[in-house]
Design a protein around this ligand. Structure first.
Ligand SMILES: [Zn+2]
Length: 178
């Protein structure tokens, strides 16, 4: 069973798992249910491209869910791998960065959400670096997309590079807030 630390994490997981036809998004109905005495969150909908039923069931962790845009507490995700988190952070940061370049200062706050999301996603990558190690171990990459990014740019998963990435994204967020 999929274990989600937060609603944000469940949604990102679903976004990362496309329909068999390739379409990524679908409109989701959400309900809470009970399976074998465990509270689960069920998301159901229909693929807008091919009409297949889409359904995801997540068990929620006992830990208190973090405030958005954070995806979880101090422990790493059990359903999204470090490469996927860096991939999505890159996508959103690039998109937000381009918008910031073409936005007058008075409207830059409109890019706050994307900027905070990109920061939260890269903060998740750092949680996969075990104490005492200086990089994310290769065996923690479990998705195709994640492994691909790791093989292409292993240095980006070193602790120092991640800390620098986080600091850079914090500066951008601060510049939007001031
Ligand atoms: Zn489909």
């Amino acid at each position: 069973m999929l274990i989600a630390r937060s609603t944000q994490e469940a949604h990102l997981y679903m976004d990362l798992h496309a329909c068999a036809c390739g379409a990524e998004g679908f409109e989701r109905e959400h309900r809470l249910d009970e399976r074998d005495g465990v509270l689960v969150a069920v998301y159901e909908g229909v693929c807008p491209q091919c009409g297949r039923a889409r359904s995801f069931t997540f068990r929620l962790t006992d830990e208190l869910p973090p405030a958005p845009p954070a995806f979880g507490g101090p422990g790493p995700s059990r359903i999204i791998d470090p490469g996927e988190f860096l991939w999505v952070s890159d996508q959103v940061a690039t998109d937000t960065g381009l918008r910031l370049l073409h936005t007058p200062p008075a409207e830059r706050h409109e890019q706050r959400e994307g900027s905070a999301f990109a920061l939260a996603a890269v903060e998740e990558v750092l949680k996969f670096v075990p104490p005492g190690l200086d990089r994310v171990p290769g065996e923690l990459f479990t998705s195709e997309r994640g492994r691909e990014l790791f093989e292409k740019s292993p240095h980006r998963f070193e602790r120092a590079a991640l800390l620098e990435n986080i600091a850079r994204k914090r500066r951008i967020l601060d510049s939007i807030d001031t």
